[in-house]
Design a protein around this ligand. Structure first.
Ligand SMILES: *Cc1c(COP(=O)(O)O)cnc(C)c1O
Length: 457
């Protein structure tokens, strides 16, 4: 195959699509730390987690030994409607940059929700339906997860209650309407409809909300409503497991042409797309079969891996969720309001945190004006209008490709293009009008947010 030209888009046949998800924890010698019960300080049992989450998802959450978990046929059939997603060779970008590097991106924006989040939403809705539940609750920040979950719930005939971070609710009315088109009930958070929402509003009147607040409200409603459970769009092990479909397809496509990546890059909010993209590559790395440079890219305004601490922390502001050991900025951390594009969770998936702590992957942070510069450059040559979140990965992919231009190295770079940015035009507008600023929290800001970390032995 050596001289065969690599097509612009590498697709897989339906028959080549993954039939199993890959659970990278199975290959980790030192496992991610377990979720703890904040009351007892002991690892959460399946029974305790079952109050909040669907039973089968609890099993997946706790399973750190089974490497392959079958994707149920119903989910595979749904995947076939919008997958496999293309792996694109960025010939046009390479030419524009004048780099000898070979750049590929895995594009997850080809579905109505516009991002990779549908990969896990459909799985979580499936297991909720299978358990005979009436509906699910969740939070959404920028709105992609809420949209994906609304689509998945309407497919399986489940109710869907979404708490949407207030500033996004106001800034992104069209996102909200997409969710309502799919039958979801959307409430701006913090709201007066929950005890925790009322408490947060009393303490911080006028707050524009945060993911941490919205999670607390969604969990409160799930636990207090018969036939409901809570679902989460990132951070959890189960979500990384479902997202492994991204990495498995990427690897299958690369293997078809004997391509071996040198560098794999993804943006990191809660860690689900990156965890999914890198899963099979990290597996090879853990088993000593191959080596890759893996880079997580986060916003300089919400730098959990690069400037956080590795500690047990609350997953939400209301402290109703289990404690997770992760790289965290503290559950009180709310990125500055001028931070435009997603990736605003205070912590990082415990699986990725552990891999990062073991130095199996790197992390870097980038400021938003440079992210939007990269987004625009990419849009103009590759045709896709990228989500601001995805553009963090574009930024670093371009930077790495430019380094290759200096050194003359022909590295192969693969990055995750997680979604489209059609609902982010307010942020693009700010950028075009020269009104976008970069905010980097001071050490003092970070120290303050960290002061409330729970005490765990
Ligand atoms: C949610 C989202 C992200 C970040 O979430 P992760 O869990 O870190 O993957 C990145 N890109 C897009 C388009 C998103 O919707």
């Amino acid at each position: 195959m050596k001289n065969e030209k690599i097509p612009y888009k590498i697709y897989l046949e339906e028959s080549e699509m993954p039939k199993n998800w890959y659970n990278v924890r199975a290959d980790m010698k030192k496992k991610p730390a377990p979720l703890l019960n904040p009351g007892t300080g002991k690892p959460m049992t399946a029974e305790e987690l079952g109050v909040v989450f669907c039973d089968e998802l609890v099993q997946q959450e706790l399973d750190d030994t089974t490497p392959f978990i079958e994707i149920p046929e119903e989910i595979r059939n749904f995947y076939k409607m919008y997958r496999p997603s293309p792996l694109v060779r960025a010939y046009c970008l390479e030419e524009k940059l004048g780099t000898p590097a070979k750049i590929y991106y895995k594009f997850e924006g080809n579905n109505t929700s516009g991002s990779h989040k549908l990969n896990s939403a459909i799985a979580q809705a499936y297991y909720a339906k299978k358990q005979g539940l009436k509906g699910v609750t969740t939070e959404t920040g920028a709105g992609q997860w809420g949209t994906a979950l609304s689509m998945a719930c309407s497919y399986f005939g489940l109710d869907c209650k979404v708490f949407m971070v207030k500033c996004s609710y106001e800034q992104k009315p069209f996102r909200r309407e997409v969710m309502r088109t799919y039958g979801a009930e959307v409430t701006p958070s913090p709201s007066e409809t929950t005890n925790i929402g009322k408490k947060i509003l009393a303490e911080h009147p006028g707050t524009t909300g945060s993911l941490g607040c919205a999670i607390s409200e969604a969990v409160e409603v799930a636990v207090g409503t018969e036939g409901y459970r809570y679902v989460l769009g990132s951070v959890l092990n189960q979500v990384l497991l479902h997202q492994s479909v991204i990495g498995l397809e990427t690897k299958a496509a690369l293997d078809k042409y004997n391509i071996k990546p040198d560098i794999i890059i993804g943006c990191a909010g809660g860690g689900s797309n990156l965890g999914g993209l890198i899963a099979p590559f990290m597996g090879e790395k853990l088993r000593g079969e191959a080596d890759y440079r893996i880079i997580a890219v986060e916003p300089a305004s919400c730098p959990s891996l690069t400037r956080g601490v590795y500690a047990y922390d609350f997953c939400d502001t209301g402290m109703v969720c289990p404690l997770a050991k992760m790289y965290t900025l503290g559950s009180d951390f709310i990125p500055s309001p001028n931070h435009a594009g997603g990736l605003r969770y205070h912590g990082m998936s415990s699986t990725l945190s552990e891999l990062y702590d073991q130095k199996l992957m790197e992390a870097t942070s980038v400021v938003q004006t440079e992210v939007f510069e990269a987004a625009e450059q990419f849009a103009r040559v590759e045709g896709i209008l990228p989500a601001p979140e995805s553009s963090h990965a574009i930024r670093v992919a371009i930077d790495e490709a430019l380094k290759c231009k200096e050194t003359g190295e022909e590295k192969t770079i693969v990055f995750g293009l997680t979604g489209t940015g059609y609902f982010d035009m307010v942020a693009y507008e700010k950028f075009h009008d020269g009104k976008m600023t970069d905010y980097i929290p001071s050490d003092e800001d970070l120290k303050l947010a960290r002061a409330k970390l729970p005490k765990v032995k």
